[in-house]
Design a protein around this ligand. Structure first.
Ligand code: FES
Length: 176
């Protein structure tokens, strides 16, 4: 589905969500209130607003995109464009351990294809899939800003550097 199709689909069955319908935790609402005082436009805070949503819910649903649009005073289609552009935002629930393996040039040249193959085999998952028990989700990503330590894999917020396929599998084995 193209980006335009996504936007049309989102707009086609948009049921308006009032700001009262969804609320972040008081701490996160206060954080956003404070942030929005420090920027010239509310739109400038869209990325941290989406991040706060994902921290609370684990992903960014269509209803929460509508919330973000209201909070940042922009069209829902703009929020959708941002969420679908950045791989760090999940458009469906991720696993307890969200595994991202970099496939971009530095990592590719230093063995990423072997890491990806080993991780896929270990988890029994392909790109953008979640395990049936919800423990793991897997995503190939374009760059994790760890090019100097390629090849890299990130699990939730922890970056694992200079990996071999064997090390990658061992790290996954150690997760509860
Ligand atoms: S290319 Fe892999 S972290 Fe940048």
């Amino acid at each position: 589905m193209s980006q335009d199709d996504h936007i049309q689909a989102a707009n086609a069955d948009d049921s308006p969500v009032t700001e009262k319908t969804l609320r972040l935790s008081p701490e996160r609402e206060a954080y956003i209130d404070d942030l929005q005082k420090r920027y010239p436009t509310k739109l400038a805070t869209l990325l941290p607003v989406l991040w706060a949503i994902q921290e609370q819910t684990g992903w960014v649903s269509k209803e929460w995109m509508e919330y973000a649009a209201q909070r940042c005073e922009c069209p829902a289609s703009h929020v959708l464009g941002v969420v679908t552009f950045y791989t760090m935002y999940h458009q469906k629930p991720a696993g307890k351990y969200h595994v991202q393996v970099c496939r971009n040039i530095s990592c590719h040249l230093r063995g990423a294809p072997g890491i990806i193959e080993a991780v896929e085999k270990k988890l029994g998952l392909e790109h953008k899939c979640v395990s049936a028990d919800g423990k793991f989700s897997l995503e190939h990503v374009e760059c994790l800003a760890g090019c100097s330590w390629a090849p890299v894999m990130q699990i939730n917020r922890t970056l694992h550097e200079e990996l071999t396929p064997e090390q990658a599998v061992r790290i996954l084995d150690e997760l509860e």
